[in-house]
Design a binder for this molecule. Structure first.
Ligand SMILES: Nc1nc2c(ncn2[C@@H]2O[C@H](COP(=O)(O)OP(=O)(O)OP(=O)(O)O)[C@@H](O)[C@H]2O)c(=O)[nH]1
Ligand SMILES: [Mg+2]
Length: 243
């Protein structure tokens, strides 16, 4: 299989991180054909301008500026819609997701449809211990009580086959914030994707501030997970897909 991939990087105020990250990606993917699609929501720190100026001339990085829309989920979808290769890799631009893992995701995607970089399989973890245990407990609840497919259902770091991804209701999945990943893995399971997890240790973000608020996230994720479990048929119907 000729592995050609599109890496989607949503950014908001990640000027310092994303430069280093793109350099890191370039390092680990020297043997692959790939593109990096950065979707920036007009970050006040000038992320877009910096990347457009420093990297676009290399040809493999495309910086997209969204001036009138804001949000992680729709930014990723915008990136997907503007990408072209058969494998899509989604990841954060702040170094939570180490680029060294991408070749491993690619190796595993050959015989699967969706590979999730997982903090909660053997060998995985998080540098930020304060967040590790509550997230682990919540993910165990998602997997063992609600029937979610993976040990880490909120990862945000994954590789997926484009032809498979396009079978899912993407407009319904990619909206809001990080809870899109719950909708992605749940819909993938319902559609019968071959899903596999590979361990990842989340690093701390290198520069800048987190945009997430833990208690708010917890309630949002819980309500989203329950909605999927209880009303999945309606979720599909609303998106024009058959249950
Ligand atoms: N385009 C776009 N990207 C966003 C937006 N909000 C967050 N991001 C990016 O999405 C990724 C994840 O956001 P983070 O703030 O790191 O969220 P997190 O990983 O849950 O939290 P921390 O790692 O603790 O900072 C990062 O690359 C952000 O720059 C947004 O509104 N628009
Ligand atoms: Mg992050």
């Amino acid at each position: 299989m000729n592995l050609r991939l599109s890496i989607i990087l949503p950014t908001f105020n990640e000027k310092n991180n994303v430069c280093l990250l793109i350099a890191g990606i370039k390092n680990v993917l020297s043997n692959f054909e790939y593109e990096v699609i950065m979707v920036d929501d007009n970050s006040p720190d000038g992320t877009y301008k910096k990347i457009a100026e420093e990297f676009e001339k290399d040809g493999y990085v495309r910086a997209i500026l969204r001036k009138n829309e804001r949000g992680l989920g729709t930014a990723i979808l915008h990136g997907i819609n503007n990408s072209r290769y058969p494998i899509i890799v989604g990841m954060d631009a702040d170094f939570n997701h180490p680029p060294e893992l991408i070749p491993q995701l690619l190796k595993e995607i050959e015989n699967n449809d969706l590979i999730v970089a997982s903090r909660f399989v053997k060998g995985g973890g998080m540098e930020e211990k304060r967040r590790y245990y509550p997230t682990l407990i919540f993910n165990n609840f998602l997997k063992h009580i609600l029937g979610f497919p993976t040990m880490d259902n909120m990862s945000g770091f994954y590789a997926v086959k484009r032809e498979k991804l396009l079978q899912l209701p993407l407009e319904k999945i990619y909206k809001g914030y990080g809870e899109y990943h719950l909708r992605l893995v749940y819909s993938a399971k319902k559609k019968g994707f071959r899903i596999k997890e590979v361990p990842v240790v989340y690093k701390k973000r290198k520069y800048g501030k987190s945009k997430s608020n833990l208690p708010k996230m917890f309630f949002l994720y819980l309500s989203e997970a329950l909605k999927l479990k209880l009303f999945y048929a309606k979720f599909l119907q609303d998106s024009g897909f058959k249950a």
